[in-house]
Design a protein around this ligand. Structure first.
Ligand code: GUN
Length: 291
């Protein structure tokens, strides 16, 4: 069994990006600048955005965090997005999700300039992704592809089962694994809350990508020998013995599933750090495309 070490690979990618930024600086070019908009005070969202901003500092990017109150109206957020669209200093920006209920997420994501949409959530970019055109690929699925690529995990002709059809992870992942090329060329099954007899499906999978958000959902008896297991779950489970009062728990019963798997991602230290590294990669791409 091999651990797919997202922490190590994401550090390698950050080192590669740091080198590219140094070269840009040496040539007198502007360095990439990422902005992140966060609406409200959700603890997990604040942690993620904080990590994204720190990652920018580490690779030499400029970054701006835009904090807006929980009572922000849709119009106020759309105005802020227009400001970021027009701001020539900003190469790319993200709107951290989820948004408060008074705001229509779809409307907001459609307002982002597709050329600055480093999350790859705009329908234009999502469509390009589905059509094999060059575009920004959503950071978490992009990070999973990169992990599979760097570890040389074969995906061609394999049966990939994706659990969860979220717009951020499951849906794009199901498209990407079926695309031509590597990693891709998989036969994909997308499962969700209405799927019947999920164990029958997962137990036939060569590759399982779980993006459900239910701690320890995937048990050893749901997995065949030598399967590749990608765990996208990052649920905060209350735990009084931990200093933070919670522990981050994945979708996979790691202790037992890892005994059967050929490759497996840990939580934390698997997919999570890859998401941030790929957001940086998309931001670098956005800067390069604007030159
Ligand atoms: N919320 C959870 N994951 C993501 C992500 O990748 N991007 C944004 N903007 N919000 C998220």
């Amino acid at each position: 069994m091999t651990i797919l070490d997202g922490k190590k690979i994401s550090n390698d990618i950050k080192d590669e990006i740091t080198e590219q930024v140094k070269k840009m600086k040496a040539k007198g070019e502007k360095v990439p600048h990422l902005a992140a908009v966060i609406v409200g005070n959700d603890g997990a969202s604040l942690t993620y955005v904080g990590s994204k901003v720190r990652a920018c500092e580490r690779v030499g990017f400029e970054s701006t965090m835009v904090r807006m109150s929980n009572t922000t109206s849709e119009i106020e957020l759309l105005d802020k997005i227009e400001e970021l669209n027009q701001d020539d200093a900003i190469d790319g920006f993200i709107i951290q999700l989820p948004l408060p209920p008074q705001i229509n997420t779809q409307k907001v994501l459609m307002a982002v300039d597709p050329n600055k949409d480093v999350d790859g959530f705009h329908p234009e970019n999502f469509g390009k992704m589905a059509l094999d055109m060059s575009t920004f690929i959503p950071a978490t699925p992009f990070g999973i592809l990169e992990l599979l690529d760097r570890y040389g995990v074969e995906t061609k002709g394999k049966h990939t089962v994706v659990i969860g059809r979220s717009h951020i992870v499951g849906r794009p992942m199901s498209i990407l694994m079926g695309r031509k090329g590597f990693p891709g060329n998989s036969t994909v099954t997308l499962t969700h809350s209405h799927t019947k007899n999920i164990t029958q499906i997962t137990s036939q999978a060569d590759i399982i990508i779980s993006a459900l958000g239910v701690p320890n959902f995937l048990k050893a008896e749901m997995v065949k020998d030598d399967a590749v297991i990608i765990d996208v779950g990052i649920t905060r489970v209350p735990d009084e013995s931990s200093p933070k009062g919670y522990v981050i728990t994945g979708d996979v019963d790691f202790e037992n599933v890892s005994k059967k798997a050929s490759y497996i991602t840990p939580v934390p230290g698997g997919v999570g750090p890859m998401t941030i590294a790929m957001l940086l990669k998309n931001t670098l791409l956005a800067r390069e495309q604007r030159m």
